[in-house]
Design a protein around this ligand. Sequence first.
Ligand code: 5RP
Length: 221
Amino acid sequence: MDMKKLAGDKAATYVKDGMVVGLGTGSTAYHMVNAVGEMVKNGLKIQAIPTSKATEAQARELGIPLLTIDELDHVDLAIDGVDEIDPQFNAIKGGGGALYREKVVASMAKEVIWIMDESKLVDKIGAFHLPVEIAQYGSKQAMERMAGYGWNPVLRVRDGKTFVTDNGNYIADLHLGAGFDIQDVYSKLTGMLGVLEHGLFLNMCKRMIVGHSDGTVDVIE
Ligand code: 5RP
């Protein structure tokens, strides 16, 4: 049983006629977008805003009507994956490098649903690296600034090349360890020179949908 598909399919049932829907990024969101695409084929009338070029391509292929960010004035529901989330709904996102667009869309949404397999539920976030999107220009200095706080930043590399986001920036992955001081890191990263955005999504959602290995799905509110 694919736990990510269970969560993605369940989340799609929250999408209703007339909504503007934020479509997340990643392997769990992929299933949700497919399910929404199927609903659109069957007559569901929505408009959607994708959170990455990959999701945009998938949604286009499925015939989901899309808005551009400049056309967007509200989002009724955003559905996206997470890398880790604790019982207080503090989440790390950005494993796929789409954190900036994901945060823009989630912050506009009247309702946010995070979808995941059960491995993403943790007591304390931080075992997973915290992605931070940084400008290419001055990235060396930004990395040094973060290293100075003891955050162990590692510039993300994919296929032997420095990873470049959809926005043309780099990703620094911070190795903080479970139980790091969330508020301290959040406030230091917010507004730090060279940082566009970071993957700490604190208390942004009211509902999580979790797929389990026994084939059940939990909705946690
Ligand atoms: C992309 C993200 C993803 O939502 C997050 O990495 C979870 O991905 P997956 O569903 O593939 O485990 O934040 O930037």
